[in-house]
Write a protein that binds this ligand. Structure first.
Ligand code: AMP
Length: 400
């Protein structure tokens, strides 16, 4: 089955056309600057990258350009759009109503719409992508795969905030968690790769990328995760602060004469390792290089990031009363051996032993703990597009 996987951001759209039998990517790319001037980057498998500048006032024009590129007689990979059998959409927020991936119908559209409040940057863009695909490929099944769904198995003790109940009841204020597609994919792959018994397993997934989150997965189900109502909670990230005393907001707002909205923007866009490195970079490649050259602020940023990850891992070991495996994923988790080594240096008390040679590896799945380590530690590259493709195929096949 040819599945078009679509991931719409507020002004961008990433796509992959995946053959579900071989799981090979036939073509991929992205539309950038939607609503501004518009730019399509398209790459067929084994072919050259093609860049087209053209106006894309909305996501509908962007999707139209992607579909045209896919059937382009010269560089396209399809003869006609009939060959696309289903579309899988990444959707940010499904609130508490949506606990798994679903085939999109009017009811699903209204839930995504209702959740725009909770995901104001992404849900409206996700909806635009869905509507555009429905309009341009009528009759094809569209599936929504939610970033929040995997975390819906958390118990109330994990997802409730200790604030007046009326905020939960009136406004659904609670922990939701994000990166669910990645946590779901990586926890499943970890169980498979390490030969664990799914129904008797305790796995901690560290998704460390520009956005970063950790989840505790017991018997294949998420029991806790570090992001919250929004992706701001939890780990220190590229430009997000993660956890902090909420009183910091009022304190700084008063001192700087700014409002809460501006402060939340700063916590999302101007904080994290970018702030701790005194504005040097949010990218760990730059930070590592600067640290190696003696930059103390960069070293502090990396140290603080790893310390926070280790503290979350420790708390999730407590939450599950044990751990069988820890998986690293995401751009940092997969590539930054320095980060993995620093995080694991805090976890000797768990009987974790790292093999420094193995830790240098990159690429495919690999184990970096020694044979006699009490907890297995692995790098499991995430693949959210493939996860969306698999979920889409499963639902569409079951509905046939
Ligand atoms: P992601 O959001 O998962 O795509 O991760 C992107 C981040 O991964 C970048 O901002 C870098 O901080 C980090 N990253 C990517 N490649 C490397 C690398 N080779 N070494 C260290 N960090 C890396």
């Amino acid at each position: 089955m040819n599945v078009l996987v679509v991931n719409c951001g507020s002004s961008s759209l990433k796509f992959q056309l995946i053959n579900s039998e071989t799981e090979a990517v036939a073509a991929k790319g992205l539309c950038e600057r939607i609503g501004l001037d518009g730019r399509l980057v398209y790459q067929p498998a084994g072919g050259e990258k093609e860049i087209t500048e053209a106006p894309m006032p909305t996501h509908t024009e962007a999707i139209k350009m992607v579909l045209d590129a896919l059937v382009n007689p010269k560089t396209g990979v399809l003869k006609s759009l009939d060959e696309v059998e289903a579309i899988g959409h990444r959707v940010l927020h499904g609130g508490s109503k949506i606990t798994q991936s679903v085939i999109i119908n009017d009811e699903v559209i209204s839930v995504i719409d209702e959740c725009c409040d909770l995901g104001p940057l992404h849900n409206p863009a996700n909806l635009m992508g869905i509507r555009a695909c429905m309009e341009l490929m009528p009759g094809k099944p569209n599936v929504a795969v939610f970033d929040t769904a995997f975390h819906q198995t958390m118990p109330p003790k994990a997802y409730r905030y200790a604030i007046p109940t009326k905020y939960y009841e009136k406004y659904a204020v609670r922990k939701y968690g994000f990166h669910g597609t990645s946590h779901s994919f990586v926890s499943k792959e970890t169980i498979k790769y390490l030969g664990l018994d799914k129904d008797n397993s305790k796995v901690i997934v560290c998704h460390l990328g520009n956005g970063a989150s950790i989840s505790a997965v017991e018997n294949g189900k998420c029991v806790d995760t570090s992001m919250g109502l929004t992706p701001l909670e939890g780990l220190i990230m590229g430009t997000r602060s993660g956890d902090l005393d909420p009183a910091v907001l009022e304190f700084v707002c008063k001192k700087e004469n700014i409002d809460v909205k501006e402060m939340v923007r700063i916590l999302n866009k101007e904080s994290g390792v970018m702030a701790l490195s005194n504005g040097l970079s949010s990218d760990f490649r730059d930070l590592e290089e600067a640290m190696d050259n003696g930059n103390e602020a960069a070293a502090l940023a990396i140290d603080a990031f790893c310390y926070r990850v280790a503290k979350y891992v420790g708390s999730y070991v407590a939450a599950m009363n044990g751990v069988d495996a820890i998986a690293f994923t995401g751009g940092i988790g997969e590539n930054a051996d320095v980060v993995r080594a620093k995080v694991l240096s805090y976890l000797g008390y768990l009987g974790i032993k790292m093999d420094p040679e193995m830790n240098k590896k990159r690429g495919e799945n690999f184990v970096l703990s020694t044979e006699d380590s009490k907890v297995k530690v692995a790098v499991i590259p995430t693949n959210e597009e493939l996860a969306i493709c698999r979920e889409t195929v499963e639902l569409v096949t079951a509905a046939k």
